[in-house]
Design a protein around this ligand. Sequence first.
Ligand code: KG4
Ligand code: ZN
Length: 342
Amino acid sequence: MDNNTGNGTNYILAIESSCDETAASVVRNGREVLSNVIASQIALHTLYGGVVPEIASRKHIEKINQVIQEALREAGVTLKDITAIAVTYGPGLVGALLVGVSAAKAISFATGIPLVGVHHINGHISANYIEHQDLQPPFVCMVASGGHSHLVIVEDYGVYRLVGRTRDDAAGEAFDKVARAIGLGYPGGPKIDRLAREGNPDAIPFPRAKVAENEYDFSFSGLKSAVLNYLNSCEMKGEPVCQADVAASFQRAVIDVCVEHSMAAVREFGFDRFAIAGGVASNSALRAAFEEACARQGVKFYRPSPVFCTDNAAMIGVAGYYEYLRGVRHGYDLNAVPNLNL
Ligand code: KG4
Ligand code: ZN
């Protein structure tokens, strides 16, 4: 079926199920989000202190059809209007990804609507196009999520040059681990964000790690260990721990390296536009720090609204639109790829 309506209007139905959100969205002409439905599993996983892959997969299966129907209904369209189905096929939890991929393949098979597999990080970066109609490649983007910390040059839509990455933990992973250590529980990022507002970011001098071989790479596991050591030593000495100061000081250390490495890349590669993406990009202090650093350096700063930073399907619809325009089509042999490279 070819639903590419001769009048140039494209509708992408997008599906995202790579971790703990079952999400579907309809995006018109690549930049206009007509619906953005997210069924969050946070409450379920909170019981276990983190995402339990088996539970995530099972919940996705229960929710996926409902979420897709809701996305179509809210957008005021039917499958007859849809130009292509975009679906995240990696990276992520294999069992979780499989649910979205299978649903997308089934709809494509039943209707003949073209299928476009999308890289999850391509989605995160593309979230910036939703609210910034003027933004076009090339620009530099820092992607910080639960699984990735990438510094990339966006050369064209869907075309990326990776200039820096984490050597160990992702930024979001560090937030989650530190939150657990100070007893905040899952999901850690938003809880640290909130608590840090009451703390002193200069209270504890946590390390800012540099990676000798590549000035744009990140390393967050040493920082996480430093926080754990600090907590242990307080306990040994019987000193009280100010949770808010730990949260604020840890958060400041993460932000400092993110800002320093990103702004160095923007300068070095000669760009005047910079964007952030991924769940950690919803962090209020990080957004403020980048805003200030970009203003100081005369660089235009782009960031998605928080709802488009954390996992959602609208970002997959935007990325899927540009992949579709580039001629990307997947067959019914499309599979989930848990460690898909960008
Ligand atoms: O992009 P995302 O929703 O899922 C992945 O692709 O991983 O990112 C989730 C990560 C989690 O580690 C979560 O703790 C972190 O993003 N996160 C935050 C905030 N909101 C979510 N980290 C810091 N501050 C926040 N406000
Ligand atoms: Zn994500």
